[in-house]
Design a protein around this ligand. Structure first.
Ligand code: 3HC
Ligand code: NAI
Length: 690
């Protein structure tokens, strides 16, 4: 027996402990000795019951995802679960940390489950583009009922131990020594003399299920799936658990699992799982680099971004000193924050008491001296270099030594602002996305002189407040907005040449984006881009004319689309169609039929091309970091794994060939293929810059 599984004795109860750091995944080197242990214990007459527990920080967090896509070595998880069910003596799972996926399925193979109150239990497989493949869809409904099981399996969100107790998923919550208490629980079961009943034989809840209610819920959930196969497969599997004999439902689950795990969507979602963890590993920031402590954050500017950023920190448990130019601006900012929390209260996601607690965590101020005790100070004032430099001059005069200074600029040169402070080693960009209290992405902009422990701190604090941080380099627009520029450059020309706004938007939504670029313009407000263009001396014929007419989008009931009486549903506007025709004529453009493929080639291909240029320049450390930026900040469909992963599916050769075509035709830089992409077309692999 290897040390991944050990057996100890507590009288007549055997304690089986899995020890496979870091998360006790069910790797082959665990499954094999676990099977041997269960077989030995089944045959050992001196053992009356068993406790299945884990060493380290968590119960089994799932199957070993790194084994997916390779031939599965026996024994499989389901063999272990069958061995537990046929043990002939009570088996009790002792759960701490997280029992997820195959981990929860293993626990469902036990006759009983006891858990620490802080434990979480769930079947998150859907987030990896698969469904539970170890009987989870068939056993969970037998304990918690089909509707609760449907919610858990289709959302993938774990539930608390308390919720699990209330719903029959765990049998007892324990305080103190989990394993000893689980052994005592097992002893009680032995003493009762009752034959333990396996979950597979507990049929009451599935037999009494209201199939119509299950179908209605499944339809509702499927509507939100937006092109993803896994949520729909999960819902079907739960239905099978109600309508098919146990073993047949199990076989069906396994078949669908095998199909999904081999598909592109699951590959994409597994890629994102590892990509997110990889993004936390930053070149030059080793594990030995200790983050600085962040007990209080100062934020300058309580506008759209400052207010949202402040909420993100307070929601993450870090108090904020919020500073504005004057009392009026401060009150306006605080009123917006309070309104946002009130919405959460009205939706039931926050209590009045919690709201009061959050509001109390803000210290409003108009005096820079109040920033003296802040460990991190973030500037979110107007996007103007002179204003930013002036603000940092004032911050520097009061900030304590070692305080980290950050700018939320979207486009300005972070190195230039850093140099103006005299503390460039303590300086970096923290680029949040709007609404900052909701959006997960945080671009951490590494300046030329940013110290490694400053980056480590930004990564740690970003994770603490629930963000997905990605370290990027300095350039105009960093990773996300720079690529967005490349994706959007051809949207207006496409209209002028013959496409309609709805045609372009449909190509985007069919691909899986939550909305298309024109719907996005209308949502964000066309006036924002108009103001920016005017500041930069740029024009956009269609968008500028719409703005001149006062058609700013949803907020004015009219933009690229019409929004009838306050509705958010866009309908095509004949006036816009006429405007496009008119402008095309003025510009001497002959409008023609534009295919969906052309729209893809002139929007998504430049997006990928710019990503490759960003990699070439070392602005992003890896292609997967770019994918994380796009999935978490811009709604790139997760089932496609981010732009750089999708490029590998689309084919580098095909992309380069079409970029060459469009470059020859238009001479536009966005189409000039990056060298890295050309090389990828030859080698089949997108290499990172050295
Ligand atoms: N398989 C392989 N490696 C895993 C893993 C898994 N199931 N879960 C986590 N890891 C690895 C991570 O990649 C990471 O590796 P690294 O240190 O080399 O980057 C390391 O374990 C630590 O993970 P985290 O950084 O995520 O640690 P946290 O403490 O932040 O989170 C966790 C712990 C909540 C357990 C989180 O890792 C997690 O959500 N894991 C995935 C859970 C999951 O999806 N389970 C279902 C798997 S599919 C399945 O079980 C199929 C079955 O139905 C047949
Ligand atoms: P905003 O106009 O909503 O808010 C700016 C706030 O800063 C205002 O409340 C203003 O009173 C305050 N302010 C201006 N000068 C100040 C000074 N000298 N001292 C104290 N407060 C001052 O602007 P928004 O949208 O919040 O943008 C702020 C920054 O965030 C900009 O650099 C912008 O580029 C960046 N950003 C904006 C995003 C967005 O979607 N709006 C997304 C990401 C970054």
């Amino acid at each position: 027996m290897t040390e991944a599984v050990t057996i100890a004795r507590d009288g007549e109860i055997a304690i089986v402990t899995i020890d496979n750091p870091p998360v006790n995944a069910m790797s082959f080197h665990v499954r094999e000795p676990l099977m041997a242990a269960l077989t030995a214990l089944r045959d050992d007459a001196s053992v009356a019951g068993i406790v299945l527990a884990c060493a380290g920080r968590t119960f089994v967090a799932g199957a070993d995802i790194t084994e997916f896509g390779k031939p599965m070595q026996k024994p499989e998880l389901r063999d272990l679960i069958a061995a537990l069910e046929t043990l002939g003596k009570p088996a009790v799972a002792a759960i701490h940390g997280t029992a997820l996926g195959g981990g929860l399925e293993l626990a469902l193979g036990c006759h009983f489950r006891v858990a620490e109150a802080s434990a979480k239990l769930g079947l998150p497989e859907v987030k990896l583009g698969i469904l539970p493949g170890g009987g989870g869809t068939v056993r969970l409904p037998r304990l918690v009922g089909p509707l609760k099981a449907l919610d858990m399996i289709v959302s993938g969100t774990p539930i608390s131990a308390k919720d699990a107790l209330a719903n029959g998923l765990v049998d007892a919550l324990v305080d103190g020594d989990l394993v000893a208490k689980a052994a005592a629980f097992a002893r009680e079961q032995v003493k009762s003399g009752k034959q333990p009943v396996a979950v597979r034989d507990r049929n009451e809840l599935v037999e009494s299920a209201d199939l119509a209610a299950v179908d209605a819920r499944a339809t509702e959930l499927a509507r939100k799936a937006r092109g993803l196969e896994a949520p729909i497969a999960c819902a079907e599997a739960v239905r099978n658990a109600l309508t098919l004999p146990f073993d047949e439902a199990l076989t069906r689950e396994r078949e669908v699992f095998a199909k999904l795990v081999a598909g592109d969507q699951s590959k994409a979602q597994r890629h994102l799982f590892f990509a997110e963890r990889e993004a936390a590993k930053v070149p030059g920031v080793g594990k030995d680099v200790k983050p600085r402590e962040i007990a209080r954050v100062g934020i300058i500017g309580a506008g759209t971004m400052g207010g949202g950023i402040a909420m993100a920190f307070v929601n993450g448990g870090i108090p904020v000193t919020l500073l504005e130019m004057n009392r009026e601006a401060l009150d306006r900012g605080l009123a917006t924050i309070e309104k946002n929390y009130a919405i959460s209260v009205s939706r039931g996601s926050l209590t009045e008491e919690a709201k009061a607690g959050r509001m109390a965590a803000f210290t409003p101020s108009t005096d820079y001296a109040d920033l003296a005790d802040c460990d991190l100070i973030i500037e979110a004032v107007f996007e103007e270099m002179s204003v930013k430099k002036d603000v940092f001059g004032k911050i520097e005069a009061v900030a304590k030594p070692g305080a980290i200074l950050a700018t939320n600029t979207s486009y300005l040169d972070v190195n230039e602002i850093a140099a103006s402070t005299g503390r460039p080693q303590d300086f970096l960009g923290l680029h949040f996305f709007s609404p900052a209290n909701v959006m997960k992405l945080l671009e951490i902009v590494r300046g030329a002189k940013t110290a490694p422990d400053v980056l480590a701190t930004a990564l740690a604090v970003g994770k603490k407040i629930g963000k997905v941080p990605v370290v990027v380099g300095v350039c105009h627009g960093f990773v996300g907005n720079r690529m967005l520029g490349a994706r959007g450059a051809e949207t207006e020309p496409l209209l002028l040449e013959g496409a309609t706004p709805q045609q372009v938007d449909n190509v985007f939504t069919d691909f899986g984006w939550p909305m298309g670029p024109f719907q996005m313009w209308d949502l964000a407000g066309l006036d924002i881009g108009w103001r920016n263009r005017k500041a930069q001396g740029k024009t956009a014929v269609i968008a500028d004319t719409l703005c001149e007419r006062g058609h700013f989008g949803q907020k004015t009931g009219r933009g690229v689309y019409l929004y009838e009486s306050g509705s958010r549903t866009p309908t095509p506007d004949p006036e816009v169609a006429a405007l496009i025709e008119e402008k095309a004529k003025q510009l001497g453009i002959d409008r023609r039929e534009i295919s969906s493929q052309e729209i893809i080639e002139r929007t998504f291909y430049p997006l990928i091309n710019e990503g490759a240029k960003i990699l070439e320049e070392g602005i992003a450390a890896r292609a997967s970091d770019i994918d994380i930026v796009w999935v978490n900040g811009y709604g790139f469909p997760i089932g496609k794994g981010g732009p750089m992963f999708w490029a590998s599916l689309e084919g580098y050769g095909k992309i380069v060939e079409r970029l060459d075509y469009w470059y020859a035709r238009t001479g536009k830089d966005i189409f000039k293929p990056a060298e890295l992409l050309r090389k990828a077309a030859e080698t089949g692999k997108l290499a990172e810059a050295a």
